[in-house]
Design a protein around this ligand. Structure first.
Ligand code: ADP
Length: 235
């Protein structure tokens, strides 16, 4: 479970996130939608504990600054941050040691195989393409099997196979009871992949739609464009 309570974040005088609250229960995929500059990355970085902000983020009930919350939260940044001089396999070993994982090798193999990186294990981080770095970043975040995963624009830069595989994994994790949040500015890219959608615009949460509320005449896409083009609030 991921709870975001009254998050406010400003960069100097620029208010990037303005009093955003929501909570995502276990076993759900939530999407954070919004045009460029809406505040999605700022909100996600706040959840991941990378920014100072007002408000509170709870991961399974624990403040996100606690050791337990950090263990329970997996984060895939928008820009993959891989180590230039570690190989793909060494990245996985590094994560396994940092999280004191046991019997992780089989799952690591599975992740790398599913992301078509099994033959890249001895490649250095700096030798990987941007898409490969993104896949490694995803594999590293998934290896400890965190209860909650937040992924910032995870589909950007991935090839169609990787997109399909990542989506399948997210669905499997959802069905296994994990809590997932992914952000995107491309609404059509997550058409079949959300249980609840949050529309962010100019730092504010403008609308929430649950999958069961969507009808043929009132789709998420229509709501999204009504909000982003018409600037109405539907809450
Ligand atoms: P999104 O991820 O939805 O594209 P961001 O969270 O990156 O939006 O940005 C929200 C707002 O905050 C934008 O107006 C952006 O210009 C501003 N912003 C983001 N990062 C910084 C920063 N490091 N310094 C100053 N302003 C920033």
């Amino acid at each position: 479970m991921l709870e975001v309570q009254h998050i406010v974040k400003a960069y100097g005088k620029q208010l990037a996130v303005n009093d955003v609250s929501f909570s995502i229960p276990d076993g759900e995929i939530a999407v954070l939608l919004g045009p460029n500059g809406a505040g999605k990355s700022t909100l996600i970085k706040s959840m991941a504990g990378l920014l100072r902000f007002k408000g509170e983020v709870l991961v399974n009930g624990n403040n996100n600054k606690t050791v337990q919350a950090r263990r329970d939260l997996g984060y895939v940044p928008e820009m993959p941050a891989v180590y230039d001089l570690l190989t793909v396999q060494e990245h996985m070993e590094f994560i396994a040691r940092a999280y004191k994982l046991e019997n992780w090798e089989g799952f690591s193999e599975e992740l790398l195989a599913r992301l078509e990186m099994a033959d890249k294990k001895s490649k250095l981080g700096k030798e990987l393409s941007k898409g490969m770095q993104q896949k490694l970043s995803i594999a590293c975040a998934m290896l400890p099997k965190p209860q909650v995963m937040v992924l910032d624009e995870p589909l950007v830069g991935l090839d169609p196979h990787a997109i399909k595989e990542l989506k399948e994994m997210l669905h499997e994790w959802r069905d296994a009871g994990h809590t997932l949040l992914l952000s995107t500015h491309m609404i059509e890219s997550v058409e079949h992949d959300w249980d609840c959608a949050y529309i962010l615009m100019k730092g504010q949460l403008k609308a929430v739609m649950r999958r069961e509320e969507e009808t043929e005449s009132d789709t998420l896409e229509k709501l999204f464009f009504r909000i982003t083009e018409g600037e109405v609030t539907e809450q």
